[in-house]
Design a protein around this ligand. Structure first.
Ligand code: DAU
Length: 299
């Protein structure tokens, strides 16, 4: 049986209650304030949720998973427990024209969002080093897939294209992102959960580097729209130029491979958004309209 509780990871009482009433063995912390632009507008919530929320989960998990909770020096935990922190390639900062991020690349986050994610990663690492709690950290590249909120590039561009609205491209549009289908990402997390070595970080990338302009042109072509919809607008402050992930560790050590080619994945996703117009109409609430206006219409 699957139970779904909706709540806030900063809520100590709720997290404590869930651990006390269920035999929770695994925490996979997907929770995050995740949009870079929003973190530039207002960073506090990012620190509260991404850093303090993660600390709350770690603290409660430690308490419930420890074999001798009273002994602060004991590093023995229940069999099979694990805390997985879902992180991002953005913690490594930005790349030049060549090279890729490995798990040994120093952390150099450039936005309040990525700084909050890097802080959470360090906290998770610290709970492993100090208390011995079994952990893994995964760092993925840009995800795409169904049900993605239209603040992110791909759903935003598909949505605007379908409505013949302008397609806002930050700066020259030559920034590079590496795209990963969400199902390939989830398969990687499942493999890390079952086979990852405790304490280790695993990078997960799609090996699909595209400039933003290339990607937007692909969407325009699938939808039979015109490139005249493209509008270059003011660049994002501190905009990372290029991300590229080296996934060889998870591939060679744990046998993960992405199943989707980018062309297949993007075609499927464009179709998904076309056939889920109702979902999109529902998700675009007053709050989204306000965000859109603040981001794009006042520039
Ligand atoms: O790399 C993983 C990260 O990918 C995740 O950790 C973040 O949570 C996620 O938001 C994403 O960050 P990005 O900033 O790369 O994603 P976003 O979809 O916001 O933007 C992708 C690229 O497209 C980026 O170079 C900015 C550009 N862009 C984005 C939007 C929304 C535009 O040119 N115009 C836009 O309107």
């Amino acid at each position: 049986m699957t139970l779904l509780y909706e709540g806030d990871i900063r809520d100590k009482e709720l997290v404590e209650h869930l651990f006390s009433t269920h035999d929770i063995e695994v925490v996979i912390n997907f929770t995050a304030e995740s949009h870079v632009d929003r973190s530039i507008e207002e960073s506090e919530l990012f620190l509260q949720t991404n850093v303090l929320g993660t600390q709350n989960l770690l603290e409660v998990a430690k308490k419930h998973w420890k074999l001798k909770p009273q002994d602060k020096y004991s590093r023995s935990f229940k069999e099979g427990v694990k805390f997985i922190q879902i992180s991002t390639d953005e913690v490594y900062g930005s790349l030049g024209e060549v090279g890729s991020f490995t798990e040994r690349t120093p952390l150099a986050p450039n936005s309040p969002y990525s700084a909050s994610k890097a802080s959470a990663d360090l906290l998770v690492r610290a709970y492993y080093e100090t208390f011995g709690i079994p952990i893994n950290i995964t760092r993925c590249s840009n995800n795409y897939g169904p049900y993605q909120f239209p603040e992110k590039l791909i759903p935003l561009m598909i949505h605007n294209c379908l409505l013949c609205k302008e397609l806002p491209i930050y700066g020259d549009g030559l920034q590079i992102r590496d795209w990963l289908h969400v199902e390939d990402h989830c398969r990687a997390i499942d493999i890390v959960l079952h086979n990852g070595m405790s304490g280790e970080v695993y990078n997960v990338g799609g090996n699909n580097e595209k400039t933003n302009l290339e990607l937007v042109r692909l969407i325009i072509n699938y939808l039979g729209q015109s490139e005249t919809l493209i509008k270059h607008i003011k660049d994002r402050p501190g905009h990372d130029r290029r991300y590229a992930i080296d996934s060889s560790k998870i591939m060679t050590q744990l046998g993960w491979r992405p199943h989707y080619t980018f062309e297949e994945g993007i075609r499927e996703i464009v179709e998904w958004y076309i056939t889920h117009k109702d979902w999109m109409d529902h998700i675009i609430s007053g709050e989204y309209d306000q965000h859109y206006e603040e981001m794009y219409l006042k520039i």
